[in-house]
Design a protein around this ligand. Structure first.
Ligand SMILES: CC(C)(COP(=O)(O)OP(=O)(O)OC[C@H]1O[C@@H](n2cnc3c(N)ncnc32)[C@H](O)[C@@H]1OP(=O)(O)O)[C@@H](O)C(=O)NCCC(=O)NCCS
Length: 150
């Protein structure tokens, strides 16, 4: 498995992962294309490929001055619990650090227990809650990890 910046050839695969992981608000191929072409200067998309060129996970990090945000992270359902999201997160943390960010923030649904366990294990700490943050009324847990060495 290999984590690398997404390229134009990855748009379809990422869009498929989006639909699988976030059926309610998947990003469209058009939006992904614009981001991957570098037309959103604060946004970086990373992909994990399985070594044979098959994309099995993706993450999107945006960095604005000292604040980085993990806007998306997902692993294909058939490939979970193999360290793929952890590798994507590590690459995202490094990218954010290099870009000068001091902390990485994210929002996660309070009922997404798998993701909460993942972030707990990755040393994120809850810093806030936002009620009715999601369209269906679910609460968001806001989490943060300090970026050492930044
Ligand atoms: C959350 C998600 C990204 C984790 O991806 P993954 O590739 O399976 O994660 P990893 O294999 O790197 O997990 C690393 C560690 O996190 C924890 N973890 C990950 N998923 C977990 C789960 N479902 N339940 C409990 N712990 C979990 C475990 O400690 C795991 O280590 P272990 O497998 O050795 O026990 C994945 O479940 C996913 O894509 N979910 C749908 C999209 C989503 O909810 N994204 C987050 C939105 S905020």
């Amino acid at each position: 498995m290999n984590v690398r910046p997404a390229g134009p050839a990855d748009v379809e695969a990422i869009a498929g992962l989006e639909t699988e992981a976030f059926p309610e608000d998947a990003w469209t191929p058009d939006y992904l294309q614009v981001a991957i072409e570098g037309k959103m200067p604060t946004v970086s998309i990373l992909v994990a490929d399985d070594g044979d060129g098959v994309v099995v996970g993706h993450a999107l990090v945006s960095v604005v001055y000292e604040i980085a945000e993990l806007q998306r992270i997902a692993t294909a359902a058939a490939h979970r619990r193999r360290g793929i999201a952890r590798a994507l997160l590590d690459a995202g943390l490094e990218l954010a650090r290099v870009a000068g960010a001091e902390r990485l923030l994210l929002e996660v649904r309070e009922d997404n227990l798998g993701a909460l366990a993942f972030y707990d294990g990755a040393e994120f700490a809850e810093i806030d809650r936002r009620e009715r943050y999601y369209r269906d009324g679910a609460t968001a847990v806001v989490m943060q990890r300090e970026l050492a060495g930044s």
